[in-house]
Design a protein around this ligand. Structure first.
Ligand code: LLP
Length: 417
């Protein structure tokens, strides 16, 4: 096959499947670099930092590549903070968003020197003020704004509409900014938004940026002069199937002019754009079966390894690694999990595949391994990083022993109230 596995050498993928086993995630550093450079070049017109969204793929090998490229990081938990710091990211280039940061997480972020702790509610603001005062170090904060801008994406991944749980409501932002400016323990460095994920039209970015700039004017008019950057969030869509992904230039044209005119720096938080198509999931065909008029291809990867098809009904291309022309047929590609929602593809036209052969599930570099689980007591797959014609195991396959770590069948300590 070959040509179908975009950007990957099928021989290398076959070798990985043999040596490391399946299922296994494989990431290409070259493809990540190419995506980063394309965006970085498009943003040249303004002082900017691409803060990679660690939640898309937090593997340390992947983080290392992005850090070397000069990326900052976008994080949502102290777990992601620890990963970003372990990979060597500059704390000042880290943006910390999330509606439910705990006081412990906020304290650790302040102590680590995180550049932008994005406040998402007045109730969180009160906690950040308290924690910063206790810690005795000023907190560098941004305000994540809910810009009330609609996007045409999956309902689970829309985040910038009025009714969403995310961000400070638009009309409360100026007041929150004044409160921050009055606090000696806080420095207001930026305004942020995140509209949603897998956005394929840049118009919402243009609208959102315009709305943030309105707030910048209001905040400056109130005498607050500390704003340094506008963070337009992540969400840049990619092509999984027939989608039309926006070009980096179209994205830049939507956001750069306004930010530049306001004399601010630009931050953005792409996750999927940088890594989705730089990853494949290798899986082996276990069995075939005909049932109820359907052809089933049963593979060794399931919804526990890769949940996007089951959870979002997402389309991911599946390509056999074995060479040669063959007939095609319509099949359901399903995993071993005991749920009917466990599938990688339904009613999909594929070349006829046989038990034992290896398939590549494409576009699985983002929201793949990070959303995997051990349901059905399945160890999570390994992660392999490919660098040119070599590869290494960046994360070992979990073991069955890992799955019972920290558990005990016999009570060791009993507690009473
Ligand atoms: N910034 C913030 C504040 C976010 O919440 C997210 C993603 C990003 C940046 C990165 O978005 P991206 O560029 O990757 O679209 N599990 C879903 C996606 C959930 C995205 C959550 N937030 C999926 O598999 O499609």
């Amino acid at each position: 096959m070959g040509a179908g596995v975009l950007g990957f050498d099928p021989g290398l993928l076959r070798s990985i499947a043999e040596r490391v086993g399946t299922p296994a995630y494989v990431y290409s550093t070259n493809l990540i670099r190419a995506q980063y450079h394309a965006l970085d070049d498009a943003l040249q017109g303004v002082r900017h930092r691409i803060c990679y969204s660690v939640k898309a793929n937090g593997n340390l090998g992947v983080l290392r590549v992005l850090k070397q490229l000069g990326a900052g990081a976008d994080i949502v938990s102290v777990g992601e903070l620890r990963r970003a710091l372990a990979a060597g990211f500059d704390p000042d280039g880290i943006v910390f968003s999330g509606v439910g940061k705990t006081p412990v997480e906020i304290a650790e972020a302040i102590q680590a020197g995180v550049g932008f702790i994005n406040i998402e509610s007045t109730s969180e603001l009160a906690v950040v003020i308290g924690v910063a005062t206790d810690v005795g170090t000023p907190a560098h904060v941004g305000i994540r704004v809910n810009p009330d801008v609609a996007t045409d994406t999956h309902p689970y991944t829309k985040t910038g509409e009025k009714t969403a749980k995310f961000g400070v409501p638009f009309d409360e932002v100026a007041g929150v900014a004044r409160r921050i400016a009055d606090e000696r323990s806080l420095v207001l460095r930026g305004l942020a938004m995140h509209l949603g994920s897998q956005i394929t039209d840049v118009t919402p970015y243009q609208r959102g940026t315009a709305k943030l700039l309105e707030l910048v004017s209001a905040i400056r008019a109130a005498g607050i002069t500390t704003l340094e950057a506008l963070d337009v969030g992540g969400g840049l869509g990619v092509r999984y199937h027939h989608e039309k992904a926006p070009t980096p230039k179209a994205f830049a044209d939507a956001v750069v002019p306004g930010v530049k005119a306001a004399g601010l720096g630009l931050l953005c938080e792409p996750g999927r754009y940088l890594v989705a198509n730089a990853g494949v999931l290798l899986t082996r065909v276990l069995y075939r079966k005909h049932a109820g008029g359907k052809e089933y291809v049963i593979v060794d990867a399931g919804m526990t390894d890769f949940v996007r098809p089951s959870h979002y009904n997402a389309h991911h291309e599946i390509i056999p690694l074995r060479d040669g022309k063959r007939d095609e047929e319509i099949v359901n590609v399903v995993g071993p999990i005991c749920e009917s929602g466990d599938f990688l593809a339904l009613d999909r036209k594929l070349p006829v595949v046989a038990p034992g052969e290896v398939l590549a599930v494409l576009g699985t570099g983002a929201y793949g391994f990070v959303m995997s689980s051990t349901y059905n007591q399945r160890p999570r797959p390994p992660e392999i990083v490919v660098e040119g014609d070599r590869y290494y195991v960046a994360r070992q396959r979990e073991t069955l022993e890992d799955l019972t770590r920290g558990e005990t069948a016999e009570p060791t300590t009993w507690y009473r109230t």
